[in-house]
Ligand binder design. Structure first.
Ligand code: HEM
Length: 549
């Protein structure tokens, strides 16, 4: 809005000066003020009248050739000044998809304004490829809470450049390589065993599995990043603090912060985002720094020569030369791993289990496959001994892919991209500085892309001749994003989800909370925070399938 008003103000001053309006005569001053107000209002309305609303109008009208290259991108105008902020609250993926359905041509690419921010959203796999795979969109938009939580020094929000590239390389080599992922298999199996034992103690009553899944995911990340080993049922002060840090961070990063888009609110901190971020960042710093210091002491004690790194903290401490990170940067990188790694895996598994409860025939087929491949009398977690991996469980993989299709944990691919230079997207000009989002949820439910999209059918992945990749090469289903900034943890995440779901489905029959209920329907309402999770936590009853469970 600032520039709309500035523009109107300048025009009025020029007109007033020409007409001799800048004198001390009160009547003239009053008419000058009215003229200024009318000009500002006219400019505001002119900008707002553009497809996509004010932020787009301001861009087009400030260009020398307003409608030069390409064409205006269709989209809702929203409200003057605020634009389409209401679309981004609550279940934004659904609201954006519904809006794209009513504005002709906007499923391909839709323009909208969030206050001063220009945004484009696509619900089309081809256009999604243009965005995600383009070097012009390898940046992330600035966001007050991400900066407040120091995430601009971590992989996810670091500006595209040498620092980000170095972090990706270090993480790819030491944390996410296939070798590291399989080296960690026995720890994953250990945690799966703990989950089975914990659930085994709860078989006679309705169980909410979310707490166990979230704790297991958090323990998993803490183990491979920090080398910290927690027992599932252990409830220490350190664990409670960790959980509260993660919860607070999710809330801050997941919420729509008005001052990210309305600079006039920046100084006010109306939603208390800034003050909460600075409180949280101090607690995170204390927590992570203590663990880093413990590693320093252990490294010094273990050997005078450089000891072999045992976990990711050790890896970061062992970096030398240009890769060496400051302590603050190390805290940011480590904290992000915990933050990103824990929630998404638990959210996805809860959706998978809900689908198994609802679709008894799917569950039975997955369990028949487990019995045939793993064996009725062997633990999934011990399949390594028989040389088996989840790669031998194609139907179970189909169940997970179908769940990713219907319930992607990041329906808008979590963190948006930003254009670093003018780019052509689906034939339209998207100017530098525009935020770009891919509505993966809408793509995955589009009947033109997926036949009968609302039917949960894992067979659509297993009955095909070729395996369908979900790691970002086919944009019809890319729940981990694609291109340079795609999720680096996707291999690790899939290995974890596959093993844990296999173990849980092998050990238990998953039933609605009221075992004798006539229907297996569940409440599948969603809530979108940083990830999109079940609004009503999944409650089940469990029946052990094997005597050993
Ligand atoms: C089911 C599990 C997961 C899902 C669905 C998921 C999804 C995503 C998505 C959609 C993005 C944005 C991609 C893009 O912009 O193209 C992303 C980025 C990221 N994810 Fe994941 N993720 C998962 C698990 C993990 C895990 C386990 C870790 C690490 C422990 C992780 C670390 C990251 C990081 C660091 C980024 C930022 C990458 C960058 O900006 O360069 N994610 N993830």
């Amino acid at each position: 809005m600032a520039s709309a008003v500035d523009g109107g103000w300048l025009v009025s001053l020029q007109v007033a000066a020409k007409c001799g309006g800048l004198s001390a005569d009160p009547a003239r001053l009053l008419s000058l003020a009215v003229a200024v107000a009318i000009c500002c209002l006219a400019t505001l309305l002119l900008h707002w009248a553009s497809p996509g609303g004010s932020a787009w109008g301001r861009y087009w009208w400030s260009r020398r050739r307003p409608w030069g290259l390409g064409h205006a991108i269709p989209g809702p105008r929203g409200l003057p000044v605020l634009g389409s902020m209401r679309l981004m609250s609550g279940l934004a993926h659904r609201k954006l998809a519904a809006m794209a359905d009513v504005i002709p041509g906007s499923r391909r690419l839709m323009a909208l304004s969030l206050g001063d921010t220009r945004v484009v959203v696509t619900c089309d796999p081809e256009v999604a490829r243009d965005i995600l795979n383009s070097p012009d969109f390898a940046d992330r938009p600035a966001n007050e809470s991400a900066y407040g939580l120091m995430f601009h020094r971590s992989i996810g929000f670091a500006p595209y450049g040498a620092y980000w590239r170095a972090l990706r390389r270090i993480a790819a080599t030491h944390l996410f390589s296939p070798k590291q992922t399989s080296a960690f298999a026995r720890h994953r199996a250990d945690i799966a065993g703990q989950m089975v034992r914990a659930l085994n103690g709860l078989v006679s009553r309705p169980v909410q599995v979310r707490r166990i899944l979230k704790q297991a995911s958090l323990n998993h990340v803490m183990w491979f990043v920090f080398g910290r080993q927690y027992e599932l049922e252990q409830d220490t002060e350190e664990m409670r603090e960790l959980r509260s840090l993660v919860e607070e961070g999710y809330e801050l990063l997941g919420q729509l912060n008005w001052s990210d888009h309305l600079p006039m609110l920046t100084g006010l901190d109306l939603q208390r985002v800034r003050s909460r971020c600075s409180g949280l960042v101090r607690r995170v710093d204390r927590f992570v720094t203590r663990i880093i210091e413990e590693h320093r002491v252990a490294r010094a004690r273990d050997s005078e020569a450089a000891p072999a790194p045992r976990d990711f903290v050790d890896v970061l401490l062992s970096l030398q030369g240009p890769d060496k990170l400051s302590d603050t940067d190390m805290v940011a990188v480590l904290w992000e791993m915990i933050f990103r790694g824990a929630d998404t895996v638990a959210v996805l598994i809860e959706w998978v289990l809900a689908r198994l409860v609802m679709h008894g025939e799917v569950q039975a087929r997955a369990q028949a496959e487990l019995d045939a491949v793993v064996g009725e009398d062997r633990d999934v977690t011990r399949t390594d001994e028989a040389g088996l991996t989840v790669a031998h469980l194609p139907y179970l993989q189909g169940v997970i892919k179908e769940t990713l299709r219907m319930h992607p944990p990041g329906p808008l691919l979590a963190w948006a991209r930003m254009a670093t230079s003018d780019a052509l997207v689906g034939g339209a000009l998207v100017p530098a500085g525009t935020t770009a989002m891919v509505n993966m949820w809408a793509i995955a439910r589009d009947p033109a892309v997926w036949p009968d999209p609302l039917r949960f059918d894992p067979g659509r992945f297993t009955d095909q001749a070729a395996e369908f990749p979900v790691m970002g090469t086919d944009l019809r289903l890319a729940p981990f994003g694609a291109g340079r900034r795609s999720c680096p943890g996707k291999g690790l995440a899939m290995a974890t989800v596959e093993l844990w779901v296999a173990a849980l489905a092998h050990e238990f029959e998953w039933l609605p909370p009221d075992d004798g209920a006539a229907t297996r329907e569940l409440d599948l309402s969603e809530v979108l925070r940083l990830s999109c999770e079940m609004a009503v936590p999944l409650t089940v009853s469990l029946r052990p399938r094997r005597g050993l469970a």
